[in-house]
Design a protein around this ligand. Structure first.
Ligand code: ZN
Length: 399
């Protein structure tokens, strides 16, 4: 079965071939000889190999075609894309540089070759060279959106958040213009949060507050902004002010409960109001039984949480989990007096912590990427705010 990326590449190659025909037919070159025949049997054979993930054979076909007809641009584009996909970026770069050097290229064909070369540089991690090419491509109406998207990616990788903000705003503007409406992406808020957190770590409080204010003022806010605000308050010795903000995050994104509860509990401890937390947890569980599992998971991860309601949630979680309920004597816990019950729960959570700390605690909702620590951008698919805590205790390795 061809994979999604094979389909994508075949689609791109097909478009490249079609563009080759259109450029030749209607472009600024006088090359009238190029026609629909360019989409010939060999080319389709090459595409077929791409779809069947037989890249060696595809390269063989396209190389032969390129040797036979040096003028067939689409064949060279196909070869270049294939080399890049196979990780042979040096070869891809050579193919695309040779294409750009051709004096007979139309403006559109040149832009297409430059876009391909910029992709090669990006794949090779040559960010400076990719950046300068994509900046030039911003002038091409055909490639502007893609160039802005790639530049945004480059500034994310290099953590140049100020430039990322600038480019992301342009990207949103163009996207909205192209589609008639469209919401801005949440990227800008994240970039400001990154700058705020960085400044806070460096004890530059004034800059951190200024960046956070910017994050709060963007059109499309993110729960992260509220969370960062709460963290700053707690860190600055104002846990009482942080508490309502942590709750706000939980209300807006209940699937972050595992992540936020330890911070909320710490703020309540620092503010001397643990009973209030108990009442809040009770309300959460009453409203949604699913919250109990997330609270139980937090209790396992953060052994300093001692609220009775949170420990009850763990006990209930043990009874409801089909695997755990067979390992743990739930009836014994229920029959035990309060002191003994607490001691058993503590033992269990200690043992469970050893299991969960060696398993990925977070996963990406978009691509399934699993990781041990919370990240706001997925390293796998680069989506923002797609990573969520795992709310299941996996006893079997690899599940
Ligand atoms: Zn992902």
């Amino acid at each position: 079965m061809p994979t999604e990326s094979a389909f994508l590449l075949a689609g791109l190659l097909f478009i490249a071939a079609a563009l080759g025909y259109v450029f030749a037919k209607f472009g600024d070159t006088d090359d009238e000889d190029v026609s629909a025949e360019k989409l010939n049997a060999d080319y389709m054979k090459g595409l077929n190999y791409v779809l069947n993930e037989e890249s060696d054979r595809a390269v063989e076909v396209f190389t032969r075609m390129a040797e036979l007809d040096d003028e067939a641009l689409e064949t060279h584009f196909a070869l270049g894309s294939l080399f890049r996909k196979r990780g042979e970026v040096d070869r891809a770069i050579r193919v695309h540089q040779n294409l750009i050097a051709r004096p007979t290229l139309s403006r559109a064909q040149k832009a297409q070759a430059e876009a391909a070369l910029a992709e090669d540089f990006l794949s090779a991690g040559l960010f400076d060279r990719a950046e300068s090419m994509f900046l030039t491509l911003c002038d091409s109406p055909q490639f502007r959106l893609r160039a802005l998207e790639r530049l945004r990616r480059i500034y994310e990788v290099t953590r140049d958040w100020e430039r990322a903000v600038e480019i992301s705003r342009e990207y949103d503007k163009l996207k909205a213009k192209n589609s008639g409406a469209g919401e801005p992406t949440a990227h800008v808020a994240h970039y400001y949060c990154e700058m705020a957190e960085e400044a806070w770590r460096q004890k530059d409080t004034r800059k951190a507050q200024a960046m956070l204010k910017q994050a709060e003022s963007v059109k499309r806010p993110t729960v992260r902004t509220t969370l960062v605000r709460a963290d700053f308050l707690d860190d600055a010795g104002e846990p009482g002010a942080a508490i309502p903000l942590y709750r706000q995050v939980i209300e807006a994104a209940p699937d972050l409960l595992v992540e936020v509860l330890p911070r909320l509990a710490a703020s309540h401890r620092a503010a001397g109001t643990p009973d209030e937390l108990n009442g809040y947890l009770h309300t959460l569980i009453e409203r949604d039984e699913g919250s109990a599992a997330a609270i139980a998971m937090s209790v396992v991860r953060d052994q300093t949480i001692e609220n009775p309601e949170a420990l009850n949630a763990l006990q209930r979680f043990l009874g409801n989990d089909p695997t755990l309920s067979r390992l743990v004597d739930v009836d014994r816990i229920e029959r035990a007096d309060e002191a003994e019950r607490r001691s058993i729960i503590h033992e269990i959570r200690h043992a469970l912590r050893d299991i969960v700390t060696v398993r990925p605690a977070y996963f990406c909702r978009e691509c399934g990427y699993a990781c041990l620590v919370m990240q706001w951008q997925c390293p796998g698919c680069h989506a923002w705010e797609s990573i969520r805590p795992v709310v299941k205790i996996n006893l079997v390795s690899g599940t």
